[in-house]
Design a protein around this ligand. Structure first.
Ligand code: AMP
Length: 279
């Protein structure tokens, strides 16, 4: 497995790979890799000849008071995990090589990005769409794999790819959870042992909402209320709990079986968690 830091070297690798007629799948990550990320590598390997995993903690998607500085960084461990999982390249550029000092060009999706996480993280999706565009321009992937853990993020990226005629196929991969149901996340390491067990209530609340919907309740307010009540305890503060369209992540007026998703974001102690379930 190759480790490439320089964008120019990455482009050279891409040129040679394409000249051999090989297809490329990209798995964009911010590192601190866990089984959720590695399941994306597995999905990528099924879709293309060469798998590139990018590891880049993207400064432009963090707000001024967010956890950019303390975000976990463990490059050597990440590279070893990628190699063990059969990735061909880890692309890990330095922030200064991606963002010039006078960087001034952003990509902005203007509809989906305004809801859910976009309400409390105003420039977050602008940072995501910008860095993903940069990665697509460097790696020129035929396929890019994203996890449904961040369902709104995939919706925003699918919309960007469609709107800007980007020549890449987006593949969605299912959420990987721990034995208690907590969705794996690099931020779970901010939770202590007890919090980690308690945080499983986020998934339990989504399951309760799903059960209610599947029992025939199509009242979105009732579904939301049950989710919010089920997740509530002394540690949780709900940021949002919404029923949205499963593909676009936009708000829906009525519940249509199998076509919606309950999306939730909560503060669990000092840790911001997001999760969702298809209903
Ligand atoms: P991140 O490093 O958090 O930016 O995530 C990189 C990619 O991994 C994104 O496409 C995420 O949706 C995906 N991902 C993160 N956690 C999980 C999970 N538990 N299950 C599936 N995919 C995930």
């Amino acid at each position: 497995m190759k480790i490439i830091n320089s964008p120019d070297e990455m482009r050279e690798f891409v040129r040679t790979t394409k000249a051999c007629g090989k297809s490329i799948a990209l798995v964009p990550t911010m590192g601190a890799l866990h089984e959720g990320h590695l399941s994306l590598v597995d999905a990528a390997r099924k879709c293309a000849d060469v798998v590139v995993v990018s590891v880049f903690v993207n400064p432009t998607q963090f707000g001024p008071n967010e956890d950019f500085e303390k975000y976990p960084r463990q490059f050597d461990e990440d590279a070893a995990k990628c190699e063990a999982r059969g990735a061909d390249v880890v692309f890990a550029p330095a922030a200064a090589d991606i963002y010039s000092k006078d960087f001034s060009t952003y990509v902005n999706e203007e509809q989906i990005s305004g809801y859910l996480c976009g309400r409390t993280r105003p420039k977050h999706f602008r940072g995501v769409t910008t860095v993903v565009t940069i990665l697509f321009n460097i790696v020129k992937p035929d396929i890019a794999v994203f996890g449904e853990k961040d369902a709104q993020q995939v919706s925003v990226i699918e919309r960007m790819v469609r709107d800007l005629f980007m020549d890449v196929k987006i593949v969605r991969a299912p959420i990987v959870r721990d034995e208690n149901g907590l969705a794996l996340s690099s931020r779970n390491r901010y939770l202590d042992k007890l919090e980690r067990i308690g945080a499983a209530r986020v998934h339990n609340a989504l399951e309760a909402g799903k059960k209610l919907a599947e029992s025939g309740c199509d009242n979105i307010d009732r579904i939301k209320a049950l989710v919010i009540n089920t997740v509530a305890n002394a540690k949780t503060r709900v940021i949002y709990a919404e029923v949205v369209d499963a593909e676009t992540s936009l708000p829906v007026q009525s519940y249509e079986r199998g076509k919606c998703r309950i999306s939730i974001a909560v503060w669990y102690g000092q840790t911001r968690l997001i999760d969702n379930i298809r209903i």
